[in-house]
Design a protein around this ligand. Structure first.
Ligand code: ZN
Length: 315
């Protein structure tokens, strides 16, 4: 990249997709009551979030924290927000469509062993299973996105070759997916690798809508996001207050915190349509509701533009 070409290539607006209610709440031990979830989600919408992964239609036995998926969808203020839900299989897709979700999110891993450990199937079996789900979505007029887990590394296999990421993405495109989220599921990505993977995907499949989903597990989330932005991605998943984590890495932080990314983007002159002060307040409300210190930084440090009075000089 030439000295400042990357700056002139930055977009003027970015879409933030809030995934905290799904990616975050699923790992909280205690069940958050439905009314509380509705209140927390509505606060995000009031702060300007316009797309959100609200829940997941997984079997209640596996993720009891989200067993109230349909009730949550029915309870929240959906007028202005596109509500997305993760669906692991056909049964989940049927429940999600019945609950009148706007968008289904199916998940498959770029690495074979992660896919097997996640859904007990090979990648090709997962892709095969999507055919019926996509047919159902088309009939119901519901859009679909695919989340490609371990796009930047696998906790079991290590490096995931770019060719493997491309293979799965091409197959997803053939099956009719319009949008793919490249997910750094366990926070293994680095900026150089992000540039290579994202660059290759956008070059080969420019007709698709691309999303990046970074975890801050090892502190590289915002660096990776900026590189993905410079490579041309304009839609990013993030989680309020950095809620979330990973079952394989105890104590690991979750997705990049939404309010930290919005703060950084606004400081860079990039619009998100989000009311940042309201979002920071919402992050604190979530933290209080969860009852644990959450990783978000701006909710602790304040905004860059919140200046402090100069302390008196005692000479
Ligand atoms: Zn995630």
């Amino acid at each position: 990249m030439a000295k400042d070409s990357w700056i002139s290539n930055l977009p003027s607006t970015v879409e933030m997709v809030e995934v905290g209610p799904r990616d975050g709440l699923q790992i909280i031990q205690e069940f958050v009551p439905t009314e509380k979830k509705v209140e927390l989600i509505d606060a995000l919408i009031a702060a300007g979030i316009r797309r959100m992964e609200v829940t997941s239609f997984v079997h209640p036995r596996f993720v009891p924290q989200l067993r109230d998926a349909a009730e949550v969808l029915a309870g929240i203020n959906r007028n202005v927000c596109v509500c997305m839900a993760m669906v692991p299989n056909m049964k989940g897709a049927e429940r999600a469509v019945d609950a009148q979700v706007d968008m289904l999110d199916v998940i498959v891993s770029a690495s074979e062993s992660h896919n097997r450990s996640n859904v007990r199937r090979s990648i090709d079996e997962s892709l095969e299973g999507f055919v019926r789900i996509f047919d159902l979505a088309r009939e119901a007029g519901v859009s679909v996105r695919a989340s490609l887990a371990t796009s930047f590394g696998c906790p079991f296999e290590g490096d995931v070759p770019v060719s493997q990421v491309l293979r799965v993405c091409h197959r997803l495109q053939e099956l009719g997916v319009m949008e793919i989220a490249l997910c750094d599921t366990t926070g293994m990505a680095n900026p150089v690798q992000v540039s290579k993977v994202v660059g290759a995907c956008l070059d080969e499949m420019p007709g698709l809508q691309w999303v990046a989903h970074f975890h801050n597990t090892r502190g590289a989330g915002s660096a990776n996001l900026v590189v993905a932005l410079a490579e041309g991605i304009t839609i990013f998943d993030a989680s309020i207050a950095g809620l979330g984590g990973c079952p394989f890495a105890p104590g690991a932080t979750g997705n990049v915190p939404t309010e930290d990314m919005v703060h950084m983007l606004h400081e860079m002159g990039i619009e998100t349509g989000i009311d940042l002060p309201a979002l920071i307040t919402t992050a604190r409300v979530w933290e209080e509701a969860i009852g644990e210190v959450l990783p978000g930084q701006v909710m602790k440090a304040g905004r860059t533009c919140d200046l402090h009075p100069l302390p008196p000089l005692d000479d």
